[in-house]
Design a protein around this ligand. Structure first.
Ligand SMILES: Cc1cc2nc3c(=O)[nH]c(=O)nc-3n(C[C@H](O)[C@H](O)[C@H](O)COP(=O)(O)OP(=O)(O)OC[C@H]3O[C@@H](n4cnc5c(N)ncnc54)[C@H](O)[C@@H]3O)c2cc1C
Length: 483
């Protein structure tokens, strides 16, 4: 890489994972983060502790979504493990709760998904904890400086007498010079404005907004509060656009979020929140909330639209500039994809650097980063367009959407192959082509001709019920699995 010094704007998940990649090559990296307390050695807490834990990482202002549940999809967990080996274990040591997607009580469009068959591993933790554990690892890399309390104001080209490059202008200090700048400043990125000021031009943007809102609350309950059920997921579906999740996290707590679109967005007041849960398709979440002790206020979040900035289409792309994470493409968070996409983008950067960079590499990498976002974008916007009634993007999308619905119906009638194929696409570990397996086509035809088997029964959802039959370490003895 011809770049001597890299500046990354934003120390969210995308910025940290990018710093992990560049820092591991031994090059010098400065991560500029507007929030205070993000410097080396300041990683015990990430914001104001409101009494949820004992010096535990807590949400911070620059990442307001950190108050809502964050699922790290299976592909995200394995990608982060590739980037920072041993991280999964560190997350569990810090309190993250390992669970198996086969143990989730999952209510989809056509009913309950099969329950109790081992599937994919997740580690459930709050967003602040995941970020904290990653950040601690990144801060250990010798060439990486994490500089908190530094808000970037704009970009300009450095004087050619000093080798060109970039000058990153900050509100809180002198400009910082860099040969490579990575914008990882999230959904609210100002890069389009900065590029306009530099006469490079703003990218075209595509947005799909199904108007989802979140209301989240933290509860105290042990991680086996639901017995064999590891957590609850109720998807909002067309015709019933309200749902929610309950997932165990570190510190003997659970994060419960109510989610709904348009007029069905959940409210902030406790009585309204509880009433919202009782109106869902199944009483599981309302029962959970009644059986556990709430702590803290209800927090709402309504910036959930999908937005994709098409930087790869700009006629001119400057040397020494990259855009990653939500700044490039942000998704409706209901599908839990953002961190996973940021991690796969970091892996692509690592691949590119390992292969040796040649002139114009930034533009080539930007195209690859866009491609990495294409499938999750299709999943999130495909579902959201069903909510808005906007119709699919193309005839092929419509056909594929109908077929995915058929596979989902098979799963809700106990077809484990269908469930596995859906799980793999949802967790971004498998291609949608897996949904076209001949055995699934045959099962769908048989179902149409002879009728489907009986629907999957409701999982054994009894708050406060018996202990799990196996411990998590028995189910997941090693990660990644031994060759
Ligand atoms: C309600 C909600 C729930 C979500 N749930 C999930 C989930 O379950 N699973 C999942 O994978 N993803 C989820 N996401 C998405 C996830 O939060 C992001 O995709 C992911 O964190 C990657 O974001 P990022 O690092 O690109 O941006 P962010 O995490 O937003 O980080 C951007 C960083 O840049 C800093 N910054 C911004 N501007 C400046 C500036 N000018 N100067 C210096 N610093 C700056 C900010 O302070 C922040 O630290 C959710 C999002 C929302 C809104």
């Amino acid at each position: 890489m011809s770049t001597e010094h890299t500046v990354i704007i934003g120390a969210g998940m995308a910025g940290l994972l990018t710093a992990a990649v560049i820092g591991a090559t031994g090059r010098s990296v400065t991560v500029l983060e507007q929030d205070q307390g993000q410097g080396r050695g300041q990683d015990r807490g990430q914001g104001q502790d409101r009494g949820h834990g004992h010096g535990a990482p807590v949400p911070r202002g620059g990442v307001p979504q950190g108050r809502q549940p964050h699922v790290l999809l299976h592909r995200g967990l394995s990608a982060i493990e590739e980037l920072l080996p041993g991280l999964r274990g560190q997350l569990v040591d810090a309190g993250g709760v390992p669970l198996d997607t086969g143990d989730l009580a999952w209510l989809g469009e056509h009913g309950w998904a099969p329950f109790g068959t081992p599937a994919l591993e997740l580690v459930s933790a709050t967003r602040p904890l995941v970020e904290h554990v990653v950040r601690r690892r990144v801060a250990e890399l010798p060439g990486v400086e994490l500089r908190g309390g530094t808000r970037v104001r704009g970009l300009s080209r450095g004087p050619t007498t000093t080798g060109g490059g970039w000058l990153i202008e900050c509100f809180d200090g002198p400009p910082v010079r860099a040969d490579l700048v990575v914008d990882a400043s999230g959904r609210s990125s100002r890069l389009p404005d900065w590029l306009t000021q530099l006469h490079i031009g703003a990218p075209a943007t595509t947005a799909v907004d199904a108007g989802f809102g979140y209301a989240g609350r933290v509860y105290v309950a042990p991680s086996d509060h639901l017995g064999r059920v590891a957590g609850i997921v109720m998807l909002p579906v067309p015709g019933a656009p309200a749902g929610g999740v309950a997932l165990p996290v570190e510190g003997g707590r659970w994060m419960v979020a109510a989610v709904g679109a348009g007029d069905h967005r959940p409210p902030r007041d406790p009585a309204g929140f509880d009433a919202f849960l009782t109106r869902l398709r199944d009483p599981a979440l309302a029962d959970f909330a009644r059986s556990a002790r709430p702590i803290g206020d209800i927090t709402v979040h309504r910036r959930t639209h999908n937005v994709r900035r098409r930087y790869e289409r700009l006629t001119h792309w400057p040397d020494g500039l990259l855009v990653v994470g939500d700044a490039l493409c942000a998704f409706n968070p209901v599908y839990g994809q953002g961190i996973t996409v940021a991690a796969t983008q970091a892996l692509l950067l690592r691949q590119m650097l390992a292969a040796g960079v040649r002139p114009g590499w930034e533009r080539r990498l930007m195209r690859r980063l866009h491609r990495a976002a294409a499938l999750p974008w299709a999943i999130a916007t495909g579902e959201d367009l069903r909510h808005t009634g906007g119709g699919p993007a193309s005839g092929l999308d419509a056909l594929f959407g109908r077929w995915s619905g058929e596979v989902d119906r098979l799963a809700a009638h106990g077809n484990l192959r269908a469930q596995r194929a859906l799980d793999r696409v949802y967790h971004l570990v498998g291609s949608p082509a897996g949904l076209l397996h001949p055995a699934l086509l045959a099962a769908a035809v048989r179902g149409r001709l002879l009728g489907l088997p009986t629907p999957v029964p409701r999982p054994p959802l009894t708050p406060g019920s018996a202990q799990r039959d196996q411990t998590d370490t028995e189910r997941h003895p090693a990660y990644p699995p031994p060759p």
